[in-house]
Design a protein around this ligand. Structure first.
Ligand code: MN
Length: 735
């Protein structure tokens, strides 16, 4: 290891400098006595982290100062939060106890730091309970949202300074960030932080694409700035003439959102038209806000033709996270669509800083969507789902989705996620209404429970006292609330049936002269391969197990002991053994990069040259995914302990399946030209080819076998030279 040489005096100067910068950031919210509080927290943190250093070699205190600065500057939090941010790691990492904190800073600060310490298990690389920890973190919403906001600031700073971490830790932390923290930031309305978290996460999970898009953006920067200038000047002029005070500028979209668009639409970078958005931020009096926004809208659409399908009015109905803005897409002077976002200074502050800004303006907007959301989170959490991972999936879907607005028969407005059904609506109003729902009237027309609602529908629920929740309801409801209510009703029902099964089994064992005790029940459960004794009882009641099977059990009882030894770990070492006998040359797996058997995951079809990792599955051995696979983040965030390193070695003989999406102008013989390049020139095998042609536009999907990424890129280059082809992209999956 390299010896660390530090100039302590220079370092101490730098610490003071950073502290003063923090104080400047806090200034807008400082009241009498606040400065002393922050100073006290700083002194305590400095003292207790004295001998600690970060992975980069820097003094540890840089981290809490930076977290406090993010809390103040980028989230807009006040003194209590700044003090807590400064002390967020002391109880966890130093000798300071919660009692010490309470003595110096009082109850409020102590409660928040306690919350921060409790949820820090999320960072524990050995913990396989991330989902459960995440639920704990959300539970703290009920105590104090500041815990979550400071945790986000902490995560943001860790993501900004992750270069010194080992690669596998980077991957895991980055995945967790895109899977849990970014959606949470989104839901809390922290758009700037959400975008930065997504970009930073992509920088580590998909470095090549990240660098590629960053480079492309940089190349076209001057051209883009010229375009924005020409687009914006006439708008400014007319706003000025009409006496509307506003700031008009162009804002680049995040790398991650550009990549998302490329992937979703299968288009190359060059075809993403909205690389930036135009923002009009109006300096408006509270009573004129809405009118001023529409005035600006009218000015913009007088100058440029709007796309009527792309008007979004979140001024009249704000999003659940508090976001207010008017979005329109207009045709720019060069025939290019441009998104324009119109909002007031107040709305903009909420858009950038989310919850904290909301708090500040709360008086004028007391019935905020965010309050409703926090209320809803508490409601869902108070009915905990035994499987934390299921809960997390349901919950995350709700974090991501956009809302629709549905009216009750009396005209009250209910917010639901996009794709919500009539049954979701029923559960949203009351769990009893959901449980007894047999149908609904949507806009006075009778529809089934699974009917998907549209924005603005008016819904009346029809119930029956004979109705009970059904298993298949879970296939179409989308809200976390409906899911958790249905699951707990089904569980209750199952428990009741299992009780009956238990009695039946007791009688049967008696007649077979087997003692009814825990040991034998456990053996039986194992023998029939059920996950729990309750499952065993349930299946007895349902008749899945009959006397004949029980006799089988009696006969095989002696062999059971041996079967139990089959555990997960020996399962893996078995795999290693199996492979060492074969001669694989292509992929090295694990910390010591051994040759182990593996399969390539069909969800992203990795080929040699791709950045990949291995995932230990329960039944199918090790599966290889690309680090930018759509499922990767979820796997790494939830099952970090099952991730193994994987690396390609060079090889030329084997062929790997991948897909190409080709777009072009239809021309007789285009298909022939494509297949000629692929089969004749490159001698690549085609597995399948799907072509469609619509009004002169040619679209084709081709599944081919290639050796590695270099081979694939070379092929794409040659295909691009065929006249008529306008775009070629690789796609992830063949299903
Ligand atoms: Mn920290």
């Amino acid at each position: 290891m390299k010896e660390l040489v530090v100039d302590l005096e220079a370092e101490s100067k730098e610490i003071r400098k950073r502290y003063r910068a923090l104080l400047r950031a806090c200034k807008p919210t400082l009241q009498r006595g606040d400065k002393q509080m922050i100073r006290k927290a700083f002194d305590m943190a400095l003292d207790s982290h004295m001998d600690m250093r970060r992975k980069s070699g820097e003094p540890y205190i840089y981290h809490p100062i930076a977290v406090a600065q993010i809390a103040a500057e980028e989230i807009g939090l006040g003194t209590t939060s700044i003090v807590c941010a400064m002390l967020h790691d002391v109880v966890e990492d130093t000798d300071i106890s919660l009692e010490d904190i309470e003595r110096e800073f009082g109850k409020k600060v102590t409660r928040i730091i306690d919350g921060l310490t409790k949820i820090s298990g999320i960072f524990d690389p050995n913990s396989s309970m991330q989902a459960e920890n995440f639920r704990k973190m959300l539970l703290t919403l009920a105590d104090d949202v500041r815990v979550i906001l400071i945790k986000l600031a902490d995560r943001l700073h860790n993501m900004r300074t992750m270069d010194f971490m080992p690669r596998d830790k980077q991957l895991k932390i980055a995945s967790e960030t895109s899977y849990l923290y970014a959606p949470l930031a989104h839901r809390l309305g922290l758009y700037a932080i959400k975008s930065e978290l997504e970009d930073l996460s992509m920088k580590y999970t998909d470095p090549d694409t990240y660098k590629f898009i960053a480079k492309k953006l940089n190349e076209k920067k001057a051209e883009r700035e010229r375009f924005v200038y020409n687009f914006v000047e006439p708008i400014k002029e007319i706003l000025n003439e009409q006496g509307v005070k506003a700031n008009v500028f162009g804002r680049p979209k995040s790398i991650h959102s550009i990549w998302n668009k490329m992937r979703k639409k299968s288009i190359p970078f060059e075809e993403v038209y909205d690389l930036f958005a135009i923002r009009i931020i109006i300096d408006s009096e509270p009573e004129n806000e809405k009118a001023d926004c529409w005035k600006a809208y009218s000015i913009v659409t007088d100058l440029y033709r709007p796309n009527p399908d792309r008007l979004r009015d979140w001024v009249s109905s704000p999003k659940a996270n508090g976001y207010e803005s008017l979005h329109t897409t207009v045709m720019g002077p060069k025939g290019q669509w441009v998104e324009v976002q119109i909002r007031t200074v107040r709305m903009n502050e909420i858009a950038e800083k989310g919850f904290a800004a909301h708090w500040k303006y709360k008086e004028s907007n007391s019935d905020s969507g965010l309050d409703q959301w926090i209320h809803k989170v508490r409601e869902i959490l108070s009915n905990p789902e035994p499987n934390a991972l299921d809960f997390l999936d349901d919950f995350k879907m709700n974090l991501f989705s956009d809302e629709i607005f549905i009216f009750t028969p009396k005209g009250a407005l209910i917010q639901l996620p996009h794709n919500a059904t009539a049954l979701d609506f029923a559960f949203e109003i009351h769990s009893d209404l959901g449980a007894s729902c047999i149908g609904a009237k949507v806009n006075h027309k009778l529809v089934p429970l699974s009917h998907q609602l549209q924005n603005g529908d008016q819904v009346e629920i029809i119930t029956s006292s004979k109705q009970t929740p059904k298993e298949d309801w879970l296939n179409f409801v989308v809200t976390a609330k409906a899911k958790s209510k249905i699951k707990s009703a089904l569980k209750e029902e199952k428990r009741r049936v299992a009780e009956d099964g238990k009695e039946i089994l007791e009688r049967k064992l008696k007649s077979l002269k087997i003692t009814y005790n825990t040991e034998n029940i456990n053996k039986l459960t194992m023998f029939f391969k059920y996950p729990s004794s309750q499952e065993l009882f349930y299946n007895v009641a349902k008749g899945t197990i009959d006397i004949k099977n029980l006799k089988e059990f009696v006969l095989s009882e002696k062999t059971i002991e041996q079967q139990n030894g089959q555990q997960f770990n020996s399962h893996i070492s078995g795999l290693v053994e199996k492979i060492n006998k074969k001669d694989y040359e292509t992929l090295l797996i694990g910390d010591d990069l051994q040759k182990i058997d593996y399969t390539l995951s069909p969800c992203c079809n990795p080929i040699p040259g791709d950045d990949v990792f291995g995932f230990i599955t329960v039944n199918e051995g090790i599966k290889i995914h690309r680090t930018n696979c759509p499922n990767a983040a979820k796997l790494m965030a939830n099952y970090g302990y099952r991730i193994v390193k994987a690396k390609w070695t060079s090889q030329k003989e084997l062929a790997f399946l991948t897909g190409l999406h080709i777009v072009g102008i239809d021309d007789v013989g285009l298909v022939n030209k494509i297949t000629k390049v692929i089969s004749d020139d490159f001698k690549v095998n085609i597995r399948s080819i799907t072509i469609s042609s619509n009004e002169g536009i040619f679209e084709g999907s081709i599944m081919i076998f290639v050796n590695d990424t270099a081979h694939l890129e070379n092929l794409i280059e040659h295909l691009k030279q065929i006249k008529g082809i306008t775009g070629i992209t690789r796609f992830d999956s063949d299903n």
